[in-house]
Design a protein around this ligand. Sequence first.
Ligand SMILES: [Zn+2]
Length: 373
Amino acid sequence: MIRVLGSIALILISALAHAQWLNQRIISELSKTRSLIPHLEKFQELGIKENGSQALEHTGNWLFSELESYGIRTVYDSFLHPSGKWHRNIIAEIPGSGSDLIVLGAHYDTRNGPGVDDNGSGISVLLEIARIMRTLSPSSSIRFMCFSAEEDGFWGSKHVVESITAADASRLKFMFNLDQIGGFKGAADSDKIFCERDEGNTTPLNDQKSARITDTLARMFELYTTLTPVRSRAYSSDYIPFEAAGFAITGLYESTDNPYTHSIRDSLTYLDSGYLNEALKGCLAAMMHFAGVPGVLSNRFEHSSNVHYYAVENGMIRLGDQKISIFNSVGIEQPVIRNGRSLTVSHLTPGWYWLWLNDGNETRLGRFHVIGN
Ligand SMILES: [Zn+2]
């Protein structure tokens, strides 16, 4: 009888080792996302949002009231366009419990058409992420930026970068840009998405950080969406002024360029709403990870100095009675198997792991390494 139980336990453990163990907190929030179609219909209805147009002004008003309706403090950030016309970025911030800051940005001006893909797609995803993240108590503050005047020279994002305070500049972890992520119906590469990293541009100093962030973004798409991430180069959108100022950047872009952008046909008729929905899921999963939502390990801990390293002996770590969570290197929660006061880790695939230990009043952070057999 004992032998039978033993082999059942072995089967269970090997099944766990092979299962893709996803973070339940992320899965649960992904299931709460709403359809983006109402946002896209509204965006289309607002018309051609060019420099000096009423459509541009009305869209700014709509974005302001939408973000404010989620209970997020929202402001207009006005700037003078080289044409002599005043423009407004719409900026909303969810305060975090920690000190760092992430910018999620998308432009809302369009050219020659309603711009449902370029860039109603990015705007609709930004709105939905703001609505959901508002309820999640992230560690990082998240500043949502809807930029104006991207199409003729990134004037909105340039203005933000030029007017950033020294305090905010030192808190800013990176800027994440969404531009044209709706795909179009019948696209050949409708199962792929470009995850864009900084490859040179103005300064090479921020490239490595951008590559690391973009790798994590790509991993989130692999884990939580049906889209295959493809690494690509960041260029020609609102992340570029941030890059030029030395900040780390990342971004998303559809894998097949929509042939109807900057035309009257950039409308809902040609948008691939299933593709856009997958883009939303990948963005939300990534933002929950990057911003350190409780229960989702954030890579901010990778810079924490107060980490205890635990030794693995015979597939076990000796611990006390603390509450334990285990996360892999991209923050995906792993099954916890206890053996009395020890923790079994032999079922985990080789690599580095994080431990969260809580003894009732204090949370400690640990790391351990599982070596392959
Ligand atoms: Zn665009």
